[in-house]
Design a protein around this ligand. Structure first.
Ligand code: 5AD
Ligand code: SF4
Length: 485
């Protein structure tokens, strides 16, 4: 019997019973985990599960874990300690609670998890989510389930089918995974080991999912992949497509106003993708393009496969195509062998590029990666001092970038209610949070907003009276207005 047949039978059985059960899903780490958690909820819905934020109510608990940096596993074990108490309390009240650990810690630790935390019923890696109903059945029959195989194609095929069922109205901005895994093997990174080799979803699957999302009310899609710009596929025209071509195709979908993609590798930014930034009004002027270090010596030790000069030249080409683009980055400080001069090279790169925002981390040794056993590991206090210095510079750049929006008018996608009554929170084209006073009916629409104040973490704006949502083509018009301001 195939996986799919087994799962379908399990689903059919569950549908007969249709009990209402609750699932508590905790998601750690990257946006792909957020997407995966949503898909797990989709898979569980036909089984009678609805989501809850209350652990005590949960018949099923899933921790969707992240393994990218240190102490990830320890955090999971301490969370499992907390869950154990709740599970025991529920048992006293005669109620069951199944516990699953998913994601990259599950992939990396495997059986070790159920050995160290016997309350765990299921351990399963990112490629097994479509099999969740079957794994649940096995676990309920008393078996300890550990499933950490790699079979991304089956996952994509099956999750895609599930999502074809009617979906409830979705949030205005949503993720769509187009590519998973990574073949780059940066020497600090666990991703090639936990998510496996690079696999791209087909054009057909992606377009269909995007169309369904748009029909369900999604206005902005962020395409996800560990190495998203390495995505490749075959188009309806029989030609080989890269991410740029895919973005052109997705921008034809009615109702989709905004496209974004993350995370990109500098080596995979091809001409067509850069041109898409010049031409496509729907492609937002924001790019997360990690460089990790500004030192050629460290870039080589990290196996990044590009130099600092190549990165500068790439940034020039991107800015030539999209002068108003906001650049974002990831930096690691204290990689083995990083001297004061290497760190100074990173600071110099940041000063030259001028980022809109960036994430930065102290290097952490990940078991099984080449970096973990390199000599000249950098002392913790040196890493901390460098991180503080780097973050101070980035904070100043972010502040300047935000301040440069004051007085501008541009389109904002209104996404949800704000903290104060009457307030809505939306997103600028450059991924900044924008707060405005506006009626709730405007959630899910794109509105022209004038920025009147700059806060620490967000911009404050006012609706431009008389502007109505133009459903799809407003960004370009307003983009020019923004430059005029
Ligand atoms: N130590 C510190 N930071 C890391 N990252 C990935 N692996 C490590 C590590 N071992 C950071 C990189 C990557 C981001 C998602 O996490 O900057 O781009
Ligand atoms: Fe990790 Fe490097 Fe692949 Fe990014 S490109 S996921 S940092 S190995």
């Amino acid at each position: 019997m195939t996986d799919r047949q087994e799962t379908e039978i399990a689903t059919a059985d569950a549908q007969k019973a249709t009990p209402t059960r609750k699932v508590f899903m905790r998601t750690y780490g990257c946006q792909m985990n957020v997407y995966d958690s949503e898909r797990m909820n989709d898979v569980l819905a036909p089984q009678g599960y609805s989501a809850t934020d209350n652990l005590e109510d949960a018949d099923l608990v899933i921790l969707n874990t992240c393994h990218i940096r240190e102490k990830a596993a320890e955090k999971v074990y301490s969370e499992l300690g907390r869950i154990r108490k709740v599970k025991e309390a529920r048992a006293l009240a005669g109620k069951d609670m199944m516990v699953g650990v998913a994601g990259c810690v599950a992939q990396a630790e495997g059986e070790e998890i159920s050995r160290r935390a016997p309350i765990v019923d299921m351990v399963f890696g990112p490629q097994s989510y479509h099999r969740l109903p079957k794994l649940l059945d096995e676990a309920k029959s008393g078996k300890k389930v550990v499933e950490t195989e790699f079979d991304i194609d089956a996952k994509f095929e099956h999750l895609s089918e599930r999502a074809a069922k009617p979906v409830a109205r979705r949030a205005p901005s949503a993720f769509l995974t187009v590519q998973e895994g990574c073949d780059k093997f940066c020497t600090f990174c666990v991703v090639p080991y936990t998510r496996g080799a690079e696999v791209s979803r087909s054009v057909k699957q992606i377009v269909e999912e995007a169309e369904r999302m748009a029909a369900g009310g999604v206005r902005e899609i962020t395409l996800l992949g560990q190495n998203v710009n390495a995505w490749h596929g075959e188009g309806a025209d029989g030609k080989a497509w890269g991410l740029g071509r895919l973005l052109y195709r997705l921008s034809e979908i009615d109702g989709l106003d905004r496209l974004r993609y993350t995370t990109s590798h500098p080596r995979d930014m091809d001409d067509e993708l850069i041109e898409a930034h010049r031409e496509l009004k729907t492609l937002m002027p924001y790019l997360h393009l990690p460089v990790q270090s500004g030192s050629d010596k460290i870039l080589a030790a990290m196996n990044r496969k590009h130099t600092r000069d190549e990165y500068f030249r790439l940034i020039d080409r991107i800015r030539d195509a999209a002068p108003d683009i906001a650049l974002s980055c990831d930096f690691i400080v204290g990689f083995p062998g990083e001297t004061d001069q290497d760190f100074e090279d990173t600071m110099d790169l940041i000063r030259r590029v001028e980022y809109g925002s960036a994430f930065s981390f102290k290097y952490s040794q990940r078991p099984g990666t080449p970096g973990a056993t390199m000599k000249d590991q950098v002392p913790e206090d040196v890493k901390s001092a460098r991180l503080a210095e780097l973050q101070e510079l980035i904070t100043a750049q972010t502040k300047d970038f935000n301040a440069s929006r004051l007085g501008m008018t541009f389109d904002v996608l209104l996404e949800r209610k704000g903290r104060l009554p009457g307030q809505l929170v939306g997103k600028s084209p450059w991924l900044q949070a924008v707060q405005i006073d506006a009626p709730e009916e405007l959630i899910g629409t794109v509105q022209a907003v004038e920025i009147v104040k700059i806060g620490t973490n967000s911009l404050f704006g006012e609706l431009i009276a008389g502007h109505h949502d133009s459903n799809g083509s407003s960004h370009g018009a307003i983009k020019e207005a923004a430059f005029d301001a």
